[in-house]
Design a binder for this molecule. Sequence first.
Ligand code: ASP
Length: 308
Amino acid sequence: MISTRSYSLMVHGGAGAFENLRAPECEAETIESIRRILEDGREILQRGGSALQAVEACASLLEDDPLFNAGRGSVLNEQGRAEMDAAIMDGRDLSAGSVAAIGEIANPVQLARRVMSESGHVMLIGEGAVRFAAQCGIPRVPDAYFLIPERIEQLKEAQKKLQTLSDKKNDGHEFGTIGCVARDIEGNLAAATSTGGIVNKLSGRVGDSPLIGAGLHADNETCAASATGHGEDFMRTVLCKMISDYVYLKGMDAHQATAAGIDFLTRRICGQGGVIVIDHAGNCASGFTTRKMIQGWIERGAGTIVRI
Ligand code: ASP
């Protein structure tokens, strides 16, 4: 029998990343990292921590791991800088915080959380967001923190090929955002998404990840969802909110709503990417249109599963 006081947790590490620069030996490392992060999240939820705490903690750990395209491991923009987007949403009261096109912050998801709880706004961008971080006592880190050799090499390769943003959409190899969704034992839902965006993107480009409804959504009455993939596709379809609406308006569970959302994404715009979803009953589901999506989950307190 399913206990309603059970917790569920899901994380993703992007769709398509392994078709990019990754050596096959990174797969084992990535699986291990996702497993460890899920176990840390389990500990929070098991001892009665909130879904919001769990998604912030797990997203921060993913941002700290240079294997993923967020925080430390963010891909670089056309100017060779990490310019990051992140957001967090609390399904209890639909409160949300997000930051876009920011540099110099090690954990953008933590700044998004402060925007939610302390700024009186939902979204801050660029310099203003970084100034707000200073007011919150969040230190700046130097650009060098993000300049890991793989990312520099990856940018050089992309620039050699003279890729434009639309070329990137066509090759579909560049996605590696992180995301996390959780249901705590009180039945509260939360979602977080964080990214460096797309390699060699134009400076100032903002993707779906910090946009409520596109890159994430959380509502206790429906589900929590976090997306990864070609951001412009998720912006145009507002996919996470659409999945939430399938639950709300059609009574679908996480599996049905995710399948319906992915079907729409494919049928209408041949969109590239994927999504992880936990519904109000704690069901875990995922769907993607790319060849792979790095993901792991704990469904209603059961064992940890990781898939690439
Ligand atoms: N969705 C992100 C963006 O477009 C990229 C990713 O998921 O890897 O900024």
